[in-house]
Write a protein that binds this ligand. Sequence first.
Ligand code: ADP
Length: 420
Amino acid sequence: MFDAMAQQQIFSLQAAGEQNYSFEGTGIGRHSVIRNTDEVTVQKKEETLPAYHQSLERLLESIELGLWCYELPVNRLAWNNACRRHFGLSPDTEITIDLFYELLHPDDRAITRQAMERSIAENSIYEMDYRAIGMDNQIRWIHATGHCFYDDLNRPKHFDCITIDITERKRVEQMLREQTELLKELEMRKDEFISMASHELKTPITSIKGYTQMLQNRYKKAGDGQALYYLSIINAQLNKLIDLVNDMLDISRMQIGKLNFRDALFDLNAVVREGVENLQATTHTHQLSIESTVGAQVFGDKDRIGQVLINLLTNAIKYSPRANKVLVHISTDQEYATVRVQDFGIGIDEAHQQKIFERFYQVHDTVEKGASGLGIGLYISNQIIKRHEGWMKVESKKGEGSIFSFTLPLLQREGPGRPQ
Ligand code: ADP
């Protein structure tokens, strides 16, 4: 059996002469002239080509590659057996172009015809995925790619394609699409749940906080030191709970792009000083000290930047249980201000260093060591800093400590998004 693609290559490019074999494989001519560089050699075709075409045909069959060959001037279509199988046809079914269109899924018929006509008219590559409804009533996805060949007068001669059955690939793609949709849906429901749960938690916590303060005032007046001590513990735990709930609220707002920012000009030094002082007031295990300061005017939400600093300081304390100090440095260059928070704690292995900025990522050994947290503080901080056109970094060595930093554009810096 002989295929037109092979014919095309051999006769059009290398041979001068008549087409000698039909698409169906019957010999209809005897000789062809084959050019070999400048020399023209005449060979007995039946001596060499049939064997070559047979092995080519076998190869194409073995890889299930369909050949689709259309002789335009005589309106004759020929397919190899693999192509016939793609359309659920037996080897002896007579193929016509009308039958081909009939075998296409109704939704794919017009676009396939258009694609083919365009390819012929524009001498461009034809490439289509269409559904074939086979004679065996099976629907198969077929990928077809081909090209038109023209005669010396530029009249279309052959339109030849290869076809591949891609039903399995399409099925897997569809399955992946459905899984992705399902994951998105679940993710959305989870975000809704976090948002609802944190809102629901906020009301009772606020109420407990209010009554705790009332009791603190009462016991202060009564001079009951022990009750005040217990209340201070309740208060500290409540503050932790409030931070967690606020983080959960922030993350769900972030997911829907509704985290609010109140932007204004502010002094970064003042924000850092305030954050360090506030946290020092509740920390007895570590000395927090600002090592270097420099004037830095920044435009943005100072409460959110303060929130980032508190998160870094809290982590620095939490993850350095054997150390007793945390250092803060502020520096600037011409365009940016950088705040660095340095601890001398457990440090982070290099493999985890970039991942800790991802949502819910926690380093296993810190979780195993019982450090509390949800793995969202750094994610929120990073998003806040990015929103201010800045970036966060971590430098760390396991067992030696970490330096977390955030960098923000200075107000005087010119650039997109900066206030004029
Ligand atoms: P978490 O609430 O778990 O602290 P974060 O997002 O703030 O969440 O931090 C993510 C993870 O990064 C932590 O679980 C911890 O493993 C690691 N990490 C953060 N800061 C430090 C630090 N200063 N030293 C060592 N590990 C840290």
